[in-house]
Design a protein around this ligand. Structure first.
Ligand code: F6R
Length: 594
């Protein structure tokens, strides 16, 4: 959700804060602000994007400061609700990511004690509580304030005349970037790329004092050392690299991502030896938990593992799983999360661990909360994903799932060889999809005038239909639904007709014939039909109005090429409609609230 940044060092803080904030916008972008501290504190904020704020800011003098880019929870996006928030004297400023559950009670009490509130936010109680407890020691005042707070927070506090940042974390991510005579605090690694590659991740309950040349972290009164990580992502990874949008760049990175992800798992010379067992082979079932696009990868994972490993797999939404009782005996658990910070997924992991389940996490972010609470972690090596819409992380998650399933694989060596060969061919197959975008652009133009669209698929491509619909709706704002092709006639047929195109994913597997029947049913009801079909499929041309052709791959790999084609379809449809592709309305990249 919100992005927060802090800087203290030997340089002017303002340009650094603005640059880092720009890199954090994918966490929320309805308003933003900065506070720069020297002998006093100057705060500038508004309901604008970071680029706009940079244009209206005067030059602020000071080598310490904080910044925030917001995804509103309490109070509409507006200047007063934007962060940083201050105490009554204006000498303490705070940026916060998280939710203070008991803020209304605290606010009432503080008002009765004479504190003056100006915003509708939960955050504003924090500077006032710090003010109330301040008796010359900022760190102690922050500690005392946090003792009163129930909820989640990652905060950075600055105070006029105090050459330090006080930071604290509970259930929201916070990192410290270690520089040379300067230090950084941020919600996320991409914010500080190019400034430093040395990072520590704060743990639950940590309170820290960061100066230009020191970092002290304490928890429950005791000083603690935190492990330092070296970040392998480069500053170019977090830039658009000549593409119009991050989303397009990230879609085009997928051949490389597949190579990088698999390269880490499968050695070119010894493919079988490198397929190490990940978990206990006596497991009777597997549970996969995730949200959003990662959940769709998990659903594909269900088909992959059931086919290759032969054990039953349940893929569930973490947000639903958390509120129901489950039978967990002899079940292996996998949590999939690109960011490693999704609140619902983290809650599910903790809940599984409480009942004694071992949890394997598939994530993109080294040192993320999910990776630190997991029993085992597989990194997907996709590089930073900046666009709010997940693309390359989905593909890389599938690579991790293929590899995981193959590591269990103890059947016919010929099948294993052909699967590994199929995996190795995927980068060039995906490249073919990317090189063949003219027809996708044509379909996007056609789709862009409609209000409602159905995506249908069967078997392993049913989750691809869900993902195609999610991508289209989130960035083009066209209402889209993913459906199992056989289910349309059980209700949604009532919506079919000339105003409602259907996009059918037609795989060359045991679903092919029945899928053609479903397509005929749709055409009979008058819906325009776009088919996503494999090269060499002669029959489909006679049924569909438009055909996007994808290269032929073994059926188990078809979700990869099909999803890439649907990502492009969503991208070009949104572009045709003039939508803000990388920053869709109301969304944020990392959903750190339930
Ligand atoms: C959609 C999208 C979201 C995320 C979801 C889970 O394009 O990006 O649906 O997939 O919020 O996020 P992670 O994978 O970080 O747990």
């Amino acid at each position: 959700m919100c992005g927060i940044i802090g800087y203290i060092g030997d340089k002017q803080a303002q340009p650094i804060l603005l640059n880092c904030l720009g890199r954090l916008e994918y966490r929320g972008y309805d308003s933003c602000g900065v506070a720069v501290s020297s002998s006093g504190i100057e705060v500038y904020k508004d309901a604008v994007r970071v680029g706009e704020l940079a244009k209206i800011l005067p030059q602020l003098d000071g080598t310490a400061g904080i910044g925030h880019t917001r995804w509103a929870t309490h109070g509409e996006p507006s200047q007063v609700n934007a962060h940083p928030h201050c105490d009554c004297t204006g000498s303490i400023a705070v940026v916060h990511n998280g939710i203070i559950n008991n803020f209304q009670r605290l606010r009432r009490q503080l008002i009765s004690e004479g504190h003056n509130f100006v915003s509708e936010t939960d955050t504003e109680v924090i500077p006032h509580l710090i003010e109330k407890h301040y008796d010359g020691n900022l760190e102690k005042a922050v500690e005392a304030a946090l003792r009163k707070i129930e909820g989640s927070y990652a905060i950075i506090v600055v105070m006029a005349g105090e050459p330090k940042l006080v930071v604290a974390k509970k259930d929201s991510p916070l990192i410290i970037g270690i520089g040379d005579r300067e230090n950084f605090v941020a919600s996320d690694v991409p914010a500080i790329l190019g400034y430093t590659d040395r990072v520590i991740y704060l743990e639950e309950g940590d309170i820290g004092v960061v100066t230009a040349d020191s970092i002290k972290i304490r928890q429950a009164g005791a000083e603690g050392a935190r492990k330092e990580y070296k970040i392998s992502w480069s500053v170019e990874d977090a830039q658009k690299g000549g593409y119009e949008h991050f989303m397009l760049k990230e879609i085009h990175e997928q051949p490389k991502v597949i190579r990088d992800t698999l390269g880490g798992y499968i050695s070119a010379t010894e493919p079988v030896d490198n397929l190490a067992m990940m978990t206990d082979t006596s497991l009777e079932g597997m549970l996969i938990l995730a949200c959003g696009t990662s959940y769709h990868a998990g659903l594909v994972g269900k088909y992959i593992v059931e086919e290759l490993v032969g054990i039953p797999v349940r893929a569930e939404l973490a947000s639903e799983f958390n509120y129901f009782r489950q039978t967990l005996a002899k079940t292996g658990a996998i949590a999939i999360t690109q960011s490693g910070e999704t609140a619902d997924t983290l809650k599910a992991i903790k809940r599984l661990k409480e009942v004694g389940c071992r949890v394997l996490v598939i994530t993109n972010v080294m040192g993320s909360t999910a990776s630190r609470i997991a029993d085992q972690t597989i990194y997907i090596r996709a590089g930073p994903e900046i666009s709010v819409a997940a693309t390359k992380s989905f593909t890389a998650q599938l690579m991790a799932l293929y590899w995981l399933a193959l590591s269990y694989f103890k059947v016919d060596i010929k099948r294993l060889d052909s699967l590994i060969m199929g995996l190795r061919q995927l980068p060039s197959k995906v490249q073919q999809v990317l090189d063949n975008e003219d027809i996708i652009v044509e379909c996007a133009k056609y789709l862009s005038g409609y209000k409602d669209v159905f995506f249908i698929g069967r078997g392993i491509n049913f989750p691809v239909a869900l993902e195609g619909a999610l991508k289209l709706k989130e960035i083009s704002y066209i209402h889209a639904e993913g459906y199992a092709a056989g289910e349309l006639k059980h209700g949604p047929f009532a919506l079919l007709g000339g105003d409602t195109p259907v996009i059918a994913i037609v795989a060359q597997d045991n679903t092919y014939e029945v899928m053609l029947t479903n397509i005929r049913e749709v055409k009979t009801r008058g819906s325009p039909l776009i088919a996503l079909a494999e090269e060499g499929d002669e029959a489909i041309g006679e049924l569909a109005d438009l055909v996007i052709t994808v290269p032929r791959v073994e059926a188990i790999f078809s979700p990869v090429v099909n999803t890439v084609a649907l990502q492009l379809l969503a991208y070009y449809t949104a572009k045709e409609r003039g939508c803000p592709i990388d920053f869709p309305r109301n969304l944020a990249k990392s959903v750190t609230v339930e």
